[in-house]
Design a protein around this ligand. Structure first.
Ligand code: F6R
Length: 605
């Protein structure tokens, strides 16, 4: 999850390293550092906390040098402090690392026996000292290669060498690493986003590969250190990517962008002349699909859960859903007639990528629904359906969730048509309804003032519950996840019908309970569950699209989202929950874009 940058140039690099680290901060933000090479000296600067701190240090005491590496950290081994911050340097090399070295304890013992001294608690320092040891008898590339053979776990590395003043060596196993090309400088980065302001020409290392870059040349090597060529991609040039505009933070910008991102996605996937959905080239002939298995983590997993309801409603296909970190270790019975769909905003989530890898090894067909089309997951799957949401910078996923939902809905609808599970009139009606979404999303934003008032009621709460039935159940899970990650308030999401099987014991006088109750086939049942909570003192926040008012003094707030086709209501019902989490966090003065302990791209297990 950490972020890595490396620049080899013909001019000083420290300012561009800082600028790239600012972009990479979404990957980790508990400490930061950089190392440059100048007159055969490694000049290392580190701080705990944010890149702004590092920038202040550099302002007072600039780092010279035309070659350098930088890092933002999301702590795995060792607390976030200056000593554990990267780079980790010896008298000969300086290393930045993303990932986890699983055999670091063992390697550390061996190195200590040989007389090496460790300064930090990190697993990374074993890499620094192994490379240092191998440099006694080897050139830099070979020393790194020998080091890699000792390492177990996942990593992306950037390394500079005191006595080789013009090279950076990069290597990858498990964690992503991109290489960027420009006229007078070359780059190494955890992702193309960090490099976009400097270049749009990118290559990606595959597992086990290494690269060596200078300001004028980039060479790639395979797992056996044989020179290879890599494809160069031209990455898309997204507008307004790092600009918050008039918004206080990226999250609010991203919430309010949702009407336009959904519109963009609809334009990409629907053909208004043919009145059809532009999805073709299914990796399995749709009528032959036996089962669909949807896999993701966190918010992406919630979108899989919603899609299960849609696929079951619209098609005759059997559907399963799985959390990637569970899927990858289970004894799955793979079937070539099944389609395995991976949902991921970043396309880099380690567990999701590993689950996809297992599918590939078992020779089954895979599809990925991603926001980053150049990502590892997209590049590894048989079929890619982009969500076209544009870069999402706020750590808590908002517009990407709605983007994932809309693509999953469009896919379900198209499958139902091509399999003959739906008649033409119904299909046309569903398609027409889809185009009402952007306007309905805009109208849902009008609830913000009420939600702001509602948020105050959460300030003294000790916890909260989110309840829903049917496709509102995953929306309840998503609402609870948003509230806990942003405001650090405990929140439980539950199927409303499960309350009586245990969680009802948590209800006490004044506990905020958010009930998500669109006017669908579950509505009356959800009302009964709501009454059970009211009877036990729960303070209800009722979110519905039903015009009819409920009468009860315990209904503290009632929010009404616009009425839309029932299948699409999960998209609208999500928005008040995003805004609620946002406003509670704002009132509590939490760091909205960078909640504590989290990172945007989870590239460790
Ligand atoms: C929550 C959130 C996370 C991600 C999860 C998967 O707001 O953003 O739960 O959804 O880490 O990430 P991706 O979608 O990049 O695979």
């Amino acid at each position: 999850m950490c972020g890595i940058i490396g620049i080899a140039s013909n001019k000083p690099v420290s300012i561009n390293i800082i600028n790239s680290l600012k972009k990479l901060e979404y990957r980790g933000y508990d400490s930061a550092g950089l190392a440059t090479l100048n007159n055969s000296q490694i000049n290392e600067k580190k701080c705990s906390g944010r890149v702004d701190e590092l920038e202040k240090i550099l302002f007072k005491n600039p780092s010279e040098g035309n070659i350098g590496i930088g890092h933002v950290r999301w702590a795995t081994h060792g607390v976030p402090n200056i000593i554990n911050a990267h780079p980790h340097s010896s008298e000969k090399v300086s290393v930045v690392h993303n990932g986890i070295i699983e055999n670091s304890d063992e390697l550390k013992k061996d190195l200590e026996i040989k007389g090496f001294k460790f300064k930090s608690q990190t697993d990374t320092e074993v890499i620094t000292l192994l490379v240092t040891q191998f440099l006694e008898k080897s050139e830099p590339l070979e020393a790194v290669f020998k080091t890699l053979r000792k390492l177990k776990g996942s990593f992306a590395l950037g390394i500079i060498f005191k006595n080789f003043s013009d090279i950076i060596v990069g290597a990858r196993r498990g964690s992503p690493l991109a290489v960027g090309y420009s006229n007078e400088e070359n780059y190494l980065g955890s992702d193309s986003y960090a490099l976009k302001s400097m270049t749009n020409k990118i290559s990606y290392l595959d597992d086990g590969e290494l690269c060596m870059l200078t300001k004028s040349d980039i060479a790639f090597y395979d797992v056996n250190l044989k020179k290879i060529n890599k494809k160069i991609y031209t990455v898309s040039d997204d507008e307004n990517i790092s600009d918050k505009g008039d918004y206080k933070n990226f999250m609010s910008k991203e919430i309010f962008e949702q009407a336009s991102t959904i519109k963009k996605c609809l334009n990409e996937y629907t053909d208004s002349i043919k009145k059809d959905i532009n999805i073709y080239n299914f990796p399995i002939e749709p009528k032959q699909i036996n089962k669909i298995i949807l896999i993701g983590c966190g918010t992406a997993y919630h979108s899989c859960l919603v899609a299960k309801y849609w696929l079951e409603e619209l098609t005759t296909i059997d559907v399963e859903i799985d959390i990637a970190s569970e899927f990858r270790y289970r004894n799955i019975k793979f079937n070539p007639k099944n389609l395995y769909i991976f949902v991921s905003q970043s396309g880099e989530t380690a567990d999701t990528a590993a689950a996809l890898d297992i599918c590939k090894k078992n020779k089954v067909k895979t599809c990925s629904i991603v926001n980053v089309v150049e990502s590892t997951i997209a590049r590894s799957s048989d079929w890619v359906l982009p969500i076209h949401a544009g870069p999402e910078i706020g750590v808590a996923s908002t517009k990407a969730f709605l983007g994932q939902l809309i693509v999953l809905y469009i896919l379900s609808l198209k499958l139902s048509k091509v399999r003959g599970d739906i008649d033409k009139n119904k299909y046309d009606e569903y398609l027409r309804n889809l185009h009402k979404l952007p306007e309905s999303i805009k109208n849902t934003f009008k609830l913000e003032n009420e939600i702001q008032l509602m948020a105050k009621e959460f300030l003294d709460a000790n916890g909260s519950m989110f309840l829903g039935r049917g496709s509102s159940f995953p929306i309840a899970l998503e609402g609870a996840l948003k509230l806990k990650e942003l405001s650090y308030l405990h929140a439980e999401g539950y199927p409303a019908g499960e309350m009586k099987h245990g969680p009802l014991a948590l209800i006490e006088e004044g506990l905020p309970v958010i009930v998500i109750a669109p006017k669908d086939k579950y509505y009356e049942k959800t009302l009964s569950n709501t009454q059970e909570v009211i009877a036990r003192g729960g303070k209800i926040f009722f979110i519905t699209d039903n015009k009819k008012r409920l009468l009860s003094t315990n209904i503290r707030y009632r929010l009404r989202v616009p009425r839309i086709d029932n299948l699409l209501s999960p998209l609208l019902l999500t928005i008040p929950l995003q805004l609620l989490a946002y406003h509670v966090a704002l009132l509590k003065d939490c760091d909205i874009d960078k909640p504590r302990n989290l990172a945007k791209s989870v590239t460790v297990e």
